[in-house]
Design a binder for this molecule. Structure first.
Ligand SMILES: Nc1nc2c(ncn2[C@@H]2O[C@H](COP(=O)(O)OP(=O)(O)O)[C@@H](O)[C@H]2O)c(=O)[nH]1
Ligand SMILES: [Mg+2]
Ligand SMILES: [Zn+2]
Length: 295
């Protein structure tokens, strides 16, 4: 039976990408009775209902790897977190919060530093370096000048990605640079609120040649950091994972404890101080939540 990926869904129509075509499918009644929902991103098996290959029926949904709530997309592999080098000026605390939330979802991560046409090469490097050192995949790009787009395309290949990041950083502009046919609306950053104007409401998948898919709706508007416990937090900072093996106490949360491998790595300059500072902030928030819940 043929298989394909659901790239768009509305009012009972499920558009399944199969080979080089998109098949307009309904769902087999049996699936509806079993209460199996079909999400954008799902891999499904289907049969054709007419010889021209335009229409079909979804027979089954293959097991899902992941399910993202915002946007509601199945089988997302990767988050591309977009930061602008300026306009708006980078909010590294927000970046670290998004990174932590995405790490907790076990997605692959690419940090995309956009608008490098507006800053010196030195400034862009200075921004990206702590994240490269922490072990993240980083790309420096300019949607406007077309720089770095080939590298970004490569990072998207073979995966289903969600773009994340605040309004105005250039998420839509980057997708347009990747696929000029898309013509997504881009918004000027509003001077009054500092936020972009245009928001998208429901999601479908955009094909990024050669073999990538991107959800057209940015993800992680709500971060879900309140689900992360104080003990788990350190593991979500990849550059802590090796130094924490040197902590004297197995329960160390790398804050007030003596003989802490993570704090030693900060002092030695192997972990950047601002990343550690954001960790402590998140840790205190988590501890406070746990105290209030009486744990
Ligand atoms: N100079 C410059 N401006 C950019 C770049 N990428 C996007 N912009 C501008 O930044 C603004 C916000 O872009 P948009 O794609 O709407 O951001 P989004 O809210 O993240 O989707 C628009 O005015 C874009 O033209 C870039 O690489 N360089
Ligand atoms: Mg946009
Ligand atoms: Zn420690």
């Amino acid at each position: 039976m043929p298989e394909g990926r659901v790239v768009k869904a509305y009012s009972g129509h499920y558009f399944v990408s199969h080979e080089d075509a998109v098949v307009d499918c309904k769902i087999r009644g049996r699936l509806q009775k079993e209460d199996k929902d079909v999400l954008v991103g799902d891999i499904v098996s289907f049969t054709f209902t007419c010889p021209d290959g335009l229409y079909g029926v979804i027979e089954d949904v293959l097991p899902r790897k992941t399910r993202l709530l915002r946007p509601p997309v199945a089988n997302v592999d990767q988050a591309v977190i977009v930061v602008a080098c300026c306009e708006p000026s980078p909010d590294l605390e927000l970046l670290d919060r998004i990174l932590t939330a995405v790490e907790a979802d076990s997605l692959d991560i690419v940090i995309c530093f956009n608008k490098i046409d507006l800053v010196s090469r030195y400034a862009a490097d200075k921004l990206a370096k702590p994240y490269r050192n922490a072990g993240y995949d980083t790309v420096k790009v300019s949607a406007r000048a077309g720089w770095g787009i080939t590298r970004l395309r490569k990072a998207l290949s073979g995966k289903l990605s969600v773009f994340a990041g605040p309004s105005g950083v250039g998420k839509s502009a980057l997708l347009n640079a990747l696929e000029p046919g898309l013509r997504l609306e881009t918004g000027e950053v509003s001077a009054r609120t500092g936020r972009g104007r245009h928001t998208t409401r429901y999601s479908h998948l955009l094909k990024i040649e050669p073999a990538g898919y991107v959800a057209d709706t940015p993800g992680f508007s709500k971060l879900g950091l309140d689900r992360i416990g104080s003990r788990a937090l350190g593991y979500l900072f990849p550059e802590f994972r090796i130094p924490m093996k040197d902590c004297k106490f197995s329960t160390c949360v790398h804050h007030k404890e003596p003989d802490c491998g993570v704090k030693e790595a900060v002092e030695a300059g192997h972990i950047s101080e601002f990343r550690y500072g954001h960790y402590v902030k998140l840790l205190l928030e988590a501890t406070e939540r746990e105290r209030r819940r009486g744990r």
